[in-house]
Ligand binder design. Structure first.
Ligand code: 5GP
Length: 280
């Protein structure tokens, strides 16, 4: 079985991975202490204090989990793509939680206190902004707009202002200055990277964590950066290459995510469209 898997087009991309057989991966995971299971990821205690293993599931959810499916291959692609983006950010001096990828579905990250906000940066109108303000999707915004949502599934992650954030003590004024600066740096990095491969970064969501270094708090980019949390449109055709493909039933999500991964060189250009059963 393993020998068969290793001959696939994916081999080049995965060389050096531990490539666990699904049953081995599961039994290995069973020995770990699960800390938290979210909609798209599971967090396990890491091998050393201050570390966490982040496991990428194939589950896709939208509209606050009212729409659900399992898209085989999604977790593997998001693990690779998030590794790629976070590594690049670390290299240009934008601190992130990413330490290293462990295997096809797992990465080792720094443990941090997650600030209970979704930080959204928009370059072009789309999604909830278009609905809220009646602006046609795709309209270029006069400047990047940063929005904050309170992370709360029961409430559907409502939009909040800095007044709410300060009044309820979710983040200090210093934190908010740092969060804005991180969000805009991620936006510049991601926009340029995507532009280079013919993709427009419409908007994205990041989460921010707090770590302590020599007792001093420091904010870092946490969670994941992947087509699950960005809107990515082909510059030429406007084709959607992100989770809207799932939200709006526009075709194969793994085809869209593989296209992004191929253009960025994260999987080989020659790799066929991901065959879900072959990469698990
Ligand atoms: P919108 O507010 O238009 O629905 O989303 C704006 C951007 O943030 C989109 O790129 C969307 O994918 C991302 N986003 C917003 N909320 C969530 C969320 O709960 N999970 C994920 N993965 N992305 C989100």
């Amino acid at each position: 079985m393993l020998a068969t898997l290793r001959r696939l087009p994916y081999e080049g991309a995965m060389r050096g991975d531990s490539f666990p057989h699904p049953s081995l991966e599961r039994s290995h995971m069973a020995r770990r202490n699960k800390i938290y299971e979210g909609k798209a990821k599971i967090l396990y205690e890491g091998p050393e204090p201050g570390t966490i293993v982040q496991y990428f599931k194939d589950d896709a959810t939208a509209f606050n989990a009212q729409k659900k499916d399992v898209i085989e291959g999604k977790g593997v692609l998001n693990n690779r793509l998030s590794e790629f983006f976070m590594t690049g950010l670390n290299q240009i001096g934008v601190p992130t939680h990413f330490i290293r990828r462990l295997n096809m579905r797992e990465q080792l990250v720094r443990a941090c206190e997650i600030i209970p906000l979704e930080v959204i940066v928009r370059n072009f109108a789309a999604g909830s902004l278009s609905k809220r303000l009646g602006i046609e999707e795709g309209t270029q915004l006069p400047r990047p707009i940063v929005e904050y949502c309170f992370k709360n599934d029961e409430l559907g992650d409502p939009l909040v202002t800095e007044e709410h954030i300060a009044a309820f003590g979710w983040a200090s004024q210093q934190d908010m200055d740092d969060i804005l600066s991180l969000a805009l740096r991620v936006n510049d990095y991601m926009s340029g990277l995507m532009y280079g491969v013919g993709i427009k970064l419409i908007d994205f969501k990041i989460e921010i964590g707090r770590v302590y270094e020599n007792d001093y708090p420091r904010l870092i980019v946490a969670d994941e950066i992947s087509p699950d949390s960005c809107r990515l449109w082909d510059i030429e055709t406007g084709k959607k290459l992100d989770k809207d493909v799932f939200r709006r039933d526009l075709g194969s999500l793994t085809d869209a995510y593989s296209e992004v991964a191929r253009r960025l060189g994260v999987i080989p250009k020659t790799a066929n469209v991901v065959k879900p059963t072959l990469i698990n």
